[in-house]
Design a protein around this ligand. Sequence first.
Ligand code: 13P
Ligand code: SF4
Length: 311
Amino acid sequence: MLDKELLEEFAELKKRNDAVVLAHYYVEDDAQDLADYVGDSYFLAQKAASIDCKTLVFAGVEFMAESAKLLSPNKRVLMPEPTADCPMAHMLRKETIDEAREQYGDDLAVACYVNSTNQMKAWSDVCVTSANALRIVERLPQKNVLFIPDQHLGHYIQQQVPSKNIILNDGFCPTHEAIDVAEIRLLMQEYPGAAVCVHPECPSWVLDVADYVGSTSGIIERCVTGSESDYIIGTVYGVLHEIERRVAAAGDAGKKHFHFPATTPICPNMRRVTGQKVVACLRDLSGEVFVDQSTAEGARRALTRMLELAV
Ligand code: 13P
Ligand code: SF4
């Protein structure tokens, strides 16, 4: 919790810099509390593209802030923790794309999860997030789709869209990969009526026991609007803050209970993004995001195509 003095300074800095703060659900609670908009990757990309301001503070990891800069090149984009990166964003060998393009020619689309570098996006035909991946892949004209970099989201799409030949890469999110199905099963025994809600970055054996699979926003919505009193959640612990806020606003505080696996899923990079750092980057105008111009145009094209195909 930030003190009153810091909150006053923050309000003044926002005004002086014409700043809007965007935050992902996985960052520290006090950073979420300072944000004008909190959301999943898709919602935040849409906001970055459409919002009117001079400065955007992006409380999230590098690929998110870079996407915001690409979609809104005239804004100053600041990262409160500039070293917060997503390991999965780097899990691809260029040869994987080259080999698939050689094998399938024009009947191949490369679909790139936004959790990726700008270079990967530039090599691709379209970006997707976990909230819009199924819709976009279904709409691609090509039969063959190389999905990069996340193998688990790719596998989920493979199951859900059998009309396509989905080719998988071997990337993964270390935090979701570590979600242990045995720990989920223990919770299922303890709370037999619970709804199991998981993110598609989890391995398939976790998805197999789930009642609901969706993006962070989808999971939050399912927990807030569901009729069950217990929920077992297979994604990063940071979503609990928004769930509890919305459950309380709906007058259901104390009536619903949320359970995470015993090994609490925490993203070490997102966790380093704190409220103090949000204020500090606005104070010093530090952590400004600059994108490499050699990949900017290609990456922007893939992101823009996502926004077009997702509606
Ligand atoms: P969403 O915000 O699309 O649910 O993605 C989760 C994630 O891992 C972001 O890094
Ligand atoms: Fe990357 Fe996983 Fe952290 Fe999301 S939760 S930023 S995919 S490491």
